[in-house]
Design a binder for this molecule. Sequence first.
Ligand SMILES: CC(=O)[C@@H](O)[C@H](O)COP(=O)(O)O
Ligand SMILES: NCC(=O)COP(=O)(O)O
Length: 240
Amino acid sequence: MTKLSVNINKIATLRNSRGGDVPNVVQFAKDVQRFGAEGVTIHPRPDERHIRYQDARDLKPEVYTEYNIEGNPIKSFLDLVISIKPTQVTLVPDAVDAITSNAGWDIIKHKDFLIDVIQEFKQNGIRTSIFVDPVLKQIEGAKATGTDRIELYTEAYAHQYGLGNTEGVKPYVECAELAIDLGLGINAGHDLSLDNIAFFKKNVPGVQEVSIGHALIAESLYLGVENVIQMYLNKLKAKS
Ligand SMILES: CC(=O)[C@@H](O)[C@H](O)COP(=O)(O)O
Ligand SMILES: NCC(=O)COP(=O)(O)O
């Protein structure tokens, strides 16, 4: 069974665009869980341009499914996550100025750092996952860090699938098979969507969790906009 964790960064981006508190991030997290989401993912970045560190704290008592916090384990992130103790931390090597995550770890190069950080999170009872490109030697490297899981970076799959190239799933299948052999848990995320998720799920074995944000929010706009326009029209038709 593959769990759906909803990434709510975009809700914070929308809120921040106007200041104020609309939409309310905590309420949104409560609602997605009520609608069946099996996890909530956030990815606070140091500039707090979308999810803020305070959001991460405010969400803690309201996330009763799996709470997954993603980010680059700089000191402030490490302190934040250890103070919150979510279900899972996903380590992502994103640069401060990256628009979004754009690469997995070079685990071979950063092995010692990752071993230390993972040990610290695990000592605090937090499950760990490492964001990784679908490259076999990186999966082997992940095993050596002591991490519980990997998160396969699915941007390349999504891009290829969008071009009609279903072969793009192959490196993910191979890496998932290796991860299973090594006893690593498997998550996946980035640019997964209603269009490409079923093929990924059908072909890649053992995926325990997908975290989806950008497409899910964009799709929700389209699937909801007709209803909302009708509601406005009905209110405007009402006699004053
Ligand atoms: C690791 C990953 O792929 C996600 O955490 C993603 O980067 C977060 O979403 P945003 O880039 O939309 O904040
Ligand atoms: N870990 C991936 C994630 O949380 C969401 O990525 P995206 O669906 O916003 O591309």
